[in-house]
Structure formats: C-alpha cells, structure tokens
Design a protein around this ligand. Structure first.
Ligand code: URA
Length: 266
C-alpha cells in the first residue's frame, strides 16, 4: 500500500477550540467569562486552569476559544447562559442622576456611571430624586421582559414620608389598591418598619407610582430608595457605583420574567 509522502501528509489539524494565530473561530474563553462578570481575565484564566470551566461538557483548557452563540459554557456547573456581547450592570443610582442615555441639559445620566462601551440603556426609570438599584444593560430581550407590564416583576422601595406615622387605615388603602388619576393601583405589600418609614413592594411600573400613592394618603415622600428588583438586591453597593450582575442573577431574573434564551442548557 502506498505510504503517504511527507508532502501529502495533511498538517495536523488545529482543533477549533485551541488557540492559535490562525484560529479566528470564537473568542478567548477567559475574555468571554470576564466580560460576563466572572472576574478579571487573569482570574478567569485561573478558573480554566483549575478545571472549573466546561465547554460543551468537556473540561476547558487554557487557550480555549468559544463561540458563545453555539457553545455551552459552565463554571462550577453554573451555565454562563449569557449571549456574547451582552452586559448587565447593577447600578446604585444617587439622587440627581437622570435615567436616560443622554440629557439635553447636560445633567449626569445613569449611563455616565458605567463603562462607555458597549452602549447600554437603563431598564425602566427611577425619578431624578429617587435613589437605589437599577439595571443597565444592552440586553433588549431582558429589558423587554422586565419592563413588560404582564411580567409583574416585584420592585421594593423604602419611602420616608412626611407628616409622621401612617395610620393603619392608610396602610390598608395602599395595600388594597388606591385610586390615582390613571386608575386604581394593584394590591401592594406595605409595612411600616418605623413611624414615617414605609416598605412598599409593587409590581406595576407606572410613572412616579410610589410618590403618587403616598401623596394620595396625605404623606408625601421625602426620600425614596429602590432596594430590590425581583430577585436582585445588594446592600453593599455604594451610591454611584456599579457591579456586574452575576450569571446566576441574570438567570434568576430571566426565569422570573420568562425572558427566553437564558435557561440553563439541558
Ligand atoms: N415610584 C416613584 O414614585 N418613583 C420612582 O422613581 C420609582 C417608583
């Protein structure tokens, strides 16, 4: 049988997942992981070296490239489950920052608080004077799912109100649903941890809703802070700062809102 000559021997194929100068397929695994909040590239390289990262059910090696559209990536068994190029920031908005992507009056906007690239937008709005948690992302599907009225993601606020303690009757009105100029509010969870401080959980997203609810019972809001969005809360995130949502949080949020495309791969 004819033996292959050295010239006819095909060069050893470089598997698509191995790094090399001529392997344009996919992105470096550590870059993908770092972009989605698993730590710096160095930390992600260590996770890969420690065998904690799997790609399509095989333990990943350093130099691995992935095509996040097609490949299933897991860290410690947790699916990364986030499409490429998507970022999800959790921002603690201070007072005086506007929730839009630009402002004609040059006021600081929420997107000024996060990295300039990629371009992102806030998920919903907080009033200029409202503080607290807001998600900023370039993920249109998740934005749609969170803001769609039918999804009813819970949002929890702390409101300190004027005129002292709120009566039991007024608390009941807030809980049962109160008439505003755009109709009755849906039932809400309302407690008063201390006189004049209300913890209010709503799942509608009407304009200035909490302020208007408190106005309606004669206790205008003095200070309003959002402390939770669905499963997401963070008491240690300083005002004016951001962090990545970790993949588990994105998946929890997606599960709660029914957003497609994030469920762990099966
Ligand atoms: N309700 C309000 O009144 N203001 C906000 O910013 C958010 C909810």
């Amino acid at each position: 049988m004819e033996q292959p000559t050295p010239e006819s021997t095909p060069p050893e194929a470089t598997p698509w997942y191995r790094d090399s100068d001529d392997a344009p397929l996919g992105e470096r695994l550590q870059k993908v992981l770092a972009a989605h909040g698993w730590g710096s590239r160095r930390v992600c390289e260590e996770m890969i070296a420690q065998g904690r990262v799997r790609v399509n059910d095989a333990t990943a090696v350093l130099g691995c490239r992935v095509r996040p559209d097609n490949d299933r990536v897991e860290v410690d068994g947790v699916p990364v489950g986030i499409r490429p190029g998507l970022v999800h920031y959790l921002v603690n908005k201070p007072q005086g920052v506007i929730c839009s992507v630009g402002d004609t009056h040059d006021r600081p906007t929420i997107v000024d608080l996060v990295p300039p690239e990629p371009r992102v937008h806030p998920v919903g709005r907080l009033d200029l004077a409202t503080e607290g948690l807001i998600i900023v992302t370039n993920d249109g599907a998740l934005t749609h799912a969170i803001t769609h009225p039918s999804r009813g993601v819970e949002k929890e606020y702390l409101a300190s109100v004027r005129r002292g303690a709120v009566s039991a009757g007024s608390l009941r009105r807030l809980r049962d649903g109160i008439e505003l100029d755009d109709g009755f509010t849906a039932p809400a969870q309302v407690s008063q941890p201390e006189p004049g401080l209300l913890r209010i959980t709503i799942h509608e997203g009407r304009n200035r809703q909490v302020r208007r609810m408190c106005d309606a019972i004669g206790h205008p809001v003095e200070r309003l802070i959002r402390v939770r969005i669905g499963p997401i809360s963070d008491r240690s995130l300083a005002p004016g700062t951001w962090r990545y949502l970790d993949p588990g949080e994105v998946i929890a949020l997606s599960t709660e809102t029914g957003a497609a495309g994030y469920a762990p791969h099966t």
